[in-house]
Design a protein around this ligand. Structure first.
Ligand code: FES
Ligand code: FES
Length: 194
């Protein structure tokens, strides 16, 4: 072997095709086999709102929602999320309208330096999608894997409860609108045709 010939000690990872729906848009690319979802989201998809904090599952900054479930992207292989619906903080707003959870973090002081905020928002959004009337202890339990060095947490719990209140009143007004639009309120399916 020639003296200047380089022999790689670690073989390059092979590439595999990967696709997912990120924030409502299809994304496909080649990724390294064994790639971590956090790296793929930040480096290839470009969703830089997914924060790298500890990179070892202890801070919650990298939380994303995968098929409705809040997951730590630093501990998730991209392959596990293949073909899934992934939501990052960039996908919470609708156009120029912030989601209630974003508005309330801003209004109630749930965010200060903001580094932890994307993770808290996504953990909270996943909780509220399943339960729009959580108790304080359910909120605290949902966010117990998310760390914040600034707020002291009380404002975060208040932000989540304020967002829950908005979601409940939105749901009520939708029910009201549906009832108003129903030409036969009170007529059940079994009554049809009688
Ligand atoms: S970066 Fe994933 S938990 Fe800290
Ligand atoms: S707002 Fe600064 S770490 Fe949470």
């Amino acid at each position: 072997m020639a003296a200047d010939e380089h022999v790689s000690m670690i073989p390059a990872a092979s590439k595999v095709g990967w696709s997912a729906e990120v924030n409502g848009r299809g994304f496909g690319d080649e990724i390294e086999s064994g790639a971590i979802l956090l790296d793929v989201l930040r480096d290839q998809v470009g969703t830089l709102g997914v924060k790298r904090g500890c990179d070892m599952g202890t801070c919650g900054c990298c939380t994303v929602i995968i098929d409705g479930v809040a997951r730590l992207s630093c501990l998730t292989l991209a392959g596990e999320a293949e073909g899934c619906e992934i939501t990052t903080v960039e996908g919470l707003a609708t156009g120029h309208h912030l989601a209630p959870i974003q508005e309330m973090f801003s209004e109630c002081g749930g965010s200060q330096c903001g580094f932890c905020t994307p993770g808290f928002l996504l953990t909270s959004a996943a909780l509220l999608a399943k339960n729009d009337s959580p108790s304080d202890s359910e909120v605290k339990s949902a966010i117990d894997g998310n760390l914040c060095r600034c707020t002291g947490y009380q404002q975060i719990v208040e932000s989540i409860q304020a967002a829950a209140e908005i979601l409940r009143s939105d749901a009520k007004s939708k029910d009201g609108t549906a009832a108003q639009m129903d030409p036969h309120p009170g007529l059940g399916a079994g009554d049809a045709g009688e």
